[in-house]
Design a binder for this molecule. Sequence first.
Ligand code: DAH
Length: 343
Amino acid sequence: MKQQLENLYKQTIATIEKAASIDELEQIRVKVLGRKGELTQILRSLGTLPQEERIETGKLSNELKDSIEEALEKRKIQLTQQHINKLIMEDWLDVTLTKPGLLQEYQRGHLHPISQIQYEIEDIFTSMGFEILDGPEVETDYYNFEALNIPPYHPARDMQDTFWTEDGNLLRTHTSAIQIRGMERLTPPFRVIGPGRVFRYESIDASHENTFYQVEGMMIDKDISVAHLIYFMKTLLKEIFKRNITIRLRPGYFPFVEPGFELDIQCLICGGKGCSVCKYSGWLELLPCGLVQPNVLRYGKIDPDKWSGFAFGLGLNRLVMMRYAINDIRHFLSGDIRFLYQF
Ligand code: DAH
C-alpha cells in the first residue's frame, strides 16, 4: 500500500506541474482528493490494515495529502500570475492615444505656463549653484510671520491678508516661509530657491488672485552685499527675457530684509520712453528683495556676526503676464482650455 501511495503521489505531482489551467487543476484535485478520489479511497481502506501498518500508512497518507494540496495551491498561484501577465500583454490599453483626426497637434497636453517658467527659473538657479527647496502650503504662524521678523502686533501683517485654519495654522501667504525652513536645515554658506503656491484672502480682480505662485531665493555667505544681489538678479532677468535688462532699485519695506528694495525693470514694451503698460513711468515693478535682516538670521540659527545674505521673492504670475502680455491674472486658474492651448 505504501508503494501504491508513493506512486500515486509522484504521478499527481507530475500532472499538477504540467497542468495548463485552473480548470485542469480542479479536475486533478477532484480525481485525487475529492470524495471519490484516489487518495481518499486509500485513506478509507486504512481500516482494513493491521494496527501498526495502519498508523504508519495513515501518517504517510496525510503527509502526502498536505503536500499535494500545497502543490495545487502553488501551481494555482503560478497560473493566475501567468494569466494576468498574458492579459497585460494582450489587452493593454494606451490611454495616451488620441483618436486620429479628432485632436489637433497643438491640442496635446503640455505644461501650464506657470510651471514652464518655474522650471526655467529652477534651471537658471541650479546652474548658479542654488539648491531647490520645498515647503508646506499649510504653514504655522511661526514660519510665515514670526521668524520673518513679523511679530503678532506688527503692522506688516496687514499687508498679507491671511487664510487661517481652524486650528490656528494658515495657508502660507508667501514663499518666504521656506527661507526659515532652509536656514534651519542647512549650514552656511548656501544658496537656495523655494518655488511654490501662496494664498491671500483677497477680493479677486484682473490683477488680484487668492492663489498665486512665487519663487523665493536666498543666498547666505560671508560678506554678502547689495552688489551680489544685483549681480544675481540681473543674471536671472537676462536669462528669462533673453536680453540685457536695465534695472533700478527703490527702497522697499519688508520686515525680513534691511535694506529692502523694490527692483524695477525698464519697461519691455517702450524701452523706458513711457507707454500704457508702464503707466508712462518707463519702469515696471518686478522683484522685491534685500539683505537678510539679522533677526531673521538668528531665527534661522545663523550667526549674523559671521554670515550675511540676500533674499528675494519673485512673483511668477506677473512674470508670465509680462512675457505673454496677458491682461487678466484670473486666466491662470480658470482651467479654460482656450487660454491654456496658447502656450
Ligand atoms: N514675501 C514678500 C511678499 O510676498 C516678497 C519678498 C520681499 C520676499 C522681499 C523676499 C524679500 O525674500 O527679500 O510680498
